[in-house]
Design a binder for this molecule. Structure first.
Ligand SMILES: [Ca+2]
Length: 350
């Protein structure tokens, strides 16, 4: 059987099984996971799951330029843009950055339920500021969920998945292979809110809202998880002064970011009236690279999948006598100025 045939079979089987087995998986009770500090993500192999998005692109610049991370795969997922566009954008970013060691790439597939979300006003018509980079044609890009499965099985307990988009791919990988959650070293997720409002609806954060069933599947899975919620990532707003601190135009990340970031500043000004940009994905990646700058606490979290007004909202059991068991570490604070400095230093390769 050719790789292309395997790819088609995988997609077909994945769509069938996600419908059949989600209900069974979702009915499992939350399992308590050990309170392992975020520090254990250091020095690990990482898979970056992205829906680029200019923020995702900046996170990839940092990840691929960091000598302490081995980026074994970059997997595309639909979110900020369609699955097809996300796949194309991942290829474009990797080709533009041309790292010394190329990661495996994964192709995004269609979600089971497509919600009416559109972030093109923020990041441009193609999600990358309308840059329309040419990309090399790749005939046999495997589906993201298969790439995730393969990489985790190749290095059990050693891989950190950094999920910077909707959790579609991770949920599909977990449903396809029920042993996988326990084989992943850690999943670091950008998403949800603990106390603050959402950013796509009054109640929901964008990544959770795009695929709430997938988010719930991952939240309820017996995996080791760290959530970096909007409450924390919203505290950093990069000003236009960022352009004076980027790496030189002659460097690959400097050249790429100078083409992308003007659209992000335009989008944030037009949509939110802000003179700066939030970089939720970049902050989340910094929690992997520099865990010493972040504080976490164990919490019991789940995702709303039914609510008329609350679809995709993250819910935490914070009662005086909670009934839910802790199932994740949630980032509760960070040393804001130090994180901003680490972002700038990281982009400049120091
Ligand atoms: Ca993202």
């Amino acid at each position: 059987m050719s790789e292309a045939e395997i790819s088609v079979l995988w997609q077909w089987a994945g769509r069938r099984t996600i419908i059949l087995s989600w209900a069974a998986l979702a009915s499992r009770r939350c399992r308590k996971t050990p309170n392992i500090a975020l520090e254990d993500a250091m020095g690990r192999k990482v898979i970056i799951d992205v829906d680029p998005g200019i923020d995702d692109a900046m996170a990839l610049c940092l990840a691929l330029g960091n000598s302490e991370l081995e980026v074994v795969a970059v997997t595309a997922v639909g979110g900020n843009v369609s699955p097809g566009q996300a796949t194309r954008n991942v290829q474009a970013i990797i080709e533009q950055l041309d790292p010394p060691r190329w990661p495996r790439l994964g192709a995004a597939s269609e979600p089971d339920i497509r919600l009416a979300v559109d972030r093109r006003s923020l990041y441009g018509s193609d999600g990358l500021g309308g840059t329309s980079f040419a990309v090399a044609e790749r005939q046999h890009l495997l589906p993201s969920e298969k790439v995730i499965c393969d990489q985790v099985h190749d290095a059990p307990h050693m891989v950190t998945i950094v999920a910077l988009g909707p959790l579609t791919n991770v949920a599909r990988a977990f449903i396809r292979d029920p042993d996988l959650p326990a084989l992943v070293g850690r999943i670091v997720i950008m998403g949800g809110t603990v106390s603050g409002p959402g950013n796509i609806t009054p109640a929901a954060e964008f990544n959770m809202y795009c695929d709430p069933l997938a988010a719930q599947t991952v939240f309820r899975s017996p995996s080791t998880k760290t959530l970096v919620p909007l409450d924390v990532t919203n505290r950093i707003e990069l000003s236009y002064d960022l352009f004076n601190q980027l790496p030189d135009e002659s460097t690959r990340p400097g050249h790429l970011l100078r083409q992308l970031l003007p659209q992000a500043f335009r989008g944030y000004r037009q949509q939110f009236g802000l003179e700066g940009i939030h970089v939720h994905d970049t902050v989340t990646l910094m929690a992997v690279i520099h865990p010493e700058l972040f504080s976490t606490k164990p919490m019991a979290g789940d995702v709303e999948t039914q609510g008329e007004l609350t679809l995709g909202a993250t819910v935490f059991d914070r009662r005086r006598a909670p009934a839910w068991r802790h199932n994740m570490e949630v980032v509760s604070d960070m040393r804001k100025e130090a994180v901003v400095k680490a972002i700038i230093d990281g982009l400049n390769g120091s």
